[in-house]
Ligand binder design. Structure first.
Ligand SMILES: Nc1ncnc2c1ncn2[C@@H]1O[C@H](COP(=O)(O)OP(=O)(O)OP(=O)(O)O)[C@@H](O)[C@H]1O
Length: 307
């Protein structure tokens, strides 16, 4: 397996109408690893990936894909890189099975079509034209098309969006297998469980910048592990809690029903929070100190919800 990264992005900037939607982003993805780019809507994930695919031209920075420039060496990269676009990007007038067979013919050593059809459950709509497929069916077909040529690097933009749980599991299994084969998998998602389950390396993006990165374990044991996270009814009055906690601790409702107490959280802090809940006649569905999910990490870093 090559040591050099499959993908290297340095200082990427992409502006629209003077606003930088990607603002100095660095990203490295390695062979045999799943790299998840995680962030809320509009964070700049798709724009970044499309720059990597050579579909958009960066305003600043460099993108190197398998050692090549995706803008000027696209022809050399095409047989080596698989791409699954968010909107499918598939021709619509052709039947699903014909489309996949057509894509497979463009590669020297394509995957076995029967096996791919079986595992992604494409058989039931093989004779349906792409135009008539449901969103989830189209996603599965787009994924099959992205991997049929045995790429060394594959970009999956929200691969399981719109899929039912069973299809999602099939996708995750395929992604794990690609990793085991040494493929570099770069996926964007705003599903934390997808990142938590699949990713070797998570890059958290917000407002066009990387706000944190590392393995899931590394992100969960960040320096600030004393923040209190609380799930309770939305819209509770925070004033009494602020008074009870005093200076040195900040309290916020980061998303409806998600409260965060940051600062030097002590056992007495937890007691004050539960007393406040009791007074408000509100029941907490979850109270944790420290980071236990990627959502917590994201809330701590940005004060915002991932979705
Ligand atoms: N062609 C374009 N012209 C102008 N603005 C654009 C264009 N493409 C994207 N944007 C804007 O850039 C920002 C980032 O979009 P992008 O699609 O990269 O985000 P994302 O992280 O992939 O979000 P999502 O999770 O919703 O797919 C958004 O505010 C979007 O409106």
């Amino acid at each position: 397996m090559p040591d050099s990264p499959a993908l290297e992005v340095r200082g990427l900037v992409k502006r629209y109408g003077g606003t930088a939607v990607v603002d100095g982003l660095d990203l490295v993805a390695r062979h045999g690893q799943v790299t998840a780019v995680l962030g809320p809507n509009g964070a700049g994930k798709t724009t970044t990936i499309e720059c990597c695919e050579g579909l958009r031209t960066p305003d600043e920075g460099t993108v190197t894909v398998l050692g090549l420039d995706p803008r000027t060496q696209a022809r050399d990269l095409r047989p080596r890189v698989g791409v699954m676009l968010q909107d499918g990007g598939l021709p619509t007038g052709i039947r699903a099975a014909e489309m996949l067979a057509h894509v497979a013919r463009m590669y020297a050593a394509p995957r076995d079509l029967g096996e791919l059809t079986e595992r992604l459950g494409l058989g039931s709509f093989a004779r349906t034209t792409v135009r008539r497929l449901s969103g989830g069916q189209r996603q599965r077909l787009a994924l099959a098309a992205a991997v049929v040529g045995r790429p060394e690097l594959v970009f999956l933009d929200e691969p399981s969006a719109g899929m039912d749980p069973q299809a999602r599991l099939a996708v995750w299994e395929l992604v794990r297998e690609l990793r085991a084969e040494g493929v570099a998998v770069v996926l964007t998602t705003h599903l934390m469980d997808e990142a938590e389950d699949l990713a070797d390396h998570v890059v958290v993006v917000d407002r066009g910048r990387v706000v944190a990165q590392g393995s899931v374990a590394e992100l969960l044991t960040g320096a600030d592990d004393r923040t209190l996270h609380l799930q309770a009814p939305a819209g509770l009055d925070l004033a009494p809690l602020r008074t009870a906690l005093g200076d040195g601790l900040s309290v916020a409702e980061a998303a409806p029903g998600t409260y965060v107490v940051a600062g030097a959280v002590e056992p007495a802090t937890v007691a004050a929070v539960t007393a406040w809940l009791a007074q408000a006649d509100a029941l907490a569905s979850r109270l944790t100190v420290g980071r236990s999910t990627l959502e917590d990490v994201f809330l701590d870093l940005t004060g915002r919800d991932l979705r």
